[in-house]
Design a protein around this ligand. Structure first.
Ligand SMILES: [Mn+2]
Length: 198
């Protein structure tokens, strides 16, 4: 498991490739600037190299253009999917000045947020995947408080009750260790668990 920490974020990342494969068709990306943090998961369609070629578009675009809005970023990724299989992509951007989380997703990468008062948020992705064709998008925005927990994962991670896992863990490392135990070898699996600090 990989860790990512600064004054505003403590996050853990786990990735496992489908049984026997060397390369995962899932790709993740995390990046922090002084006043914002961005992270994303892309799940390429198909498997092996074909899946990876589609998923790898995401970090290339985000490395270069992370200051743009998340819908602009998804549109750029979509434009690069022509002649490729396509990918499900979820992006979150955390604004440390306004204390907001923005989220947008096309396809089956899920996000859960547990707020400090115990309330759970389950932002829904837009159905489909980035395929190079025009794609509808939707951005949701939440205000966060110190200690809010987020959990983003590709569909290779199957949680029977995300609410139970998120409410049982007081910190992202405990959550990550609990979820890691449940990951089966049948699909590429990736998750990012993090807590937001004021
Ligand atoms: Mn998958």
């Amino acid at each position: 498991m990989e860790a990512f920490k600064n004054d505003h974020i403590e996050a853990y990342i786990y990735q496992q490739a489908k049984g026997g494969n060397r390369d995962s068709g899932d790709v993740y990306f995390l990046h922090a600037e002084e006043d914002y943090f961005i992270c994303a998961i892309a799940d390429g369609l198909g498997s092996g190299m074909v899946a990876r070629q589609s998923a790898e578009v995401m970090p290339r675009i985000l490395e270069e253009h992370h200051e743009e809005s998340i819908e602009e970023l998804l549109s750029r990724i979509n434009e690069h999917m022509v002649q490729k299989r396509g990918a499900a992509v979820a992006i979150i951007k955390v604004d440390h000045v306004k204390h907001t989380i923005q989220h947008s997703c096309v396809g089956n990468v899920r996000l859960y947020i547990r707020q400090q008062d115990g309330k759970m948020l389950y932002p829904l992705p837009v159905m489909g995947y980035l395929s190079g064709r025009p794609q509808k998008m939707k951005t949701q925005e939440y205000v966060y408080q110190n200690g809010d927990l987020f959990f983003m994962h590709s569909d290779g991670v199957e949680l029977r009750s995300p609410k139970a896992y998120l409410s049982q863990s007081c910190d992202p490392l405990t959550l990550s260790e609990m979820v890691r135990e449940t990951v089966k070898p049948g699909d590429d699996a990736t998750f990012i668990a993090g807590t937001l600090l004021l």
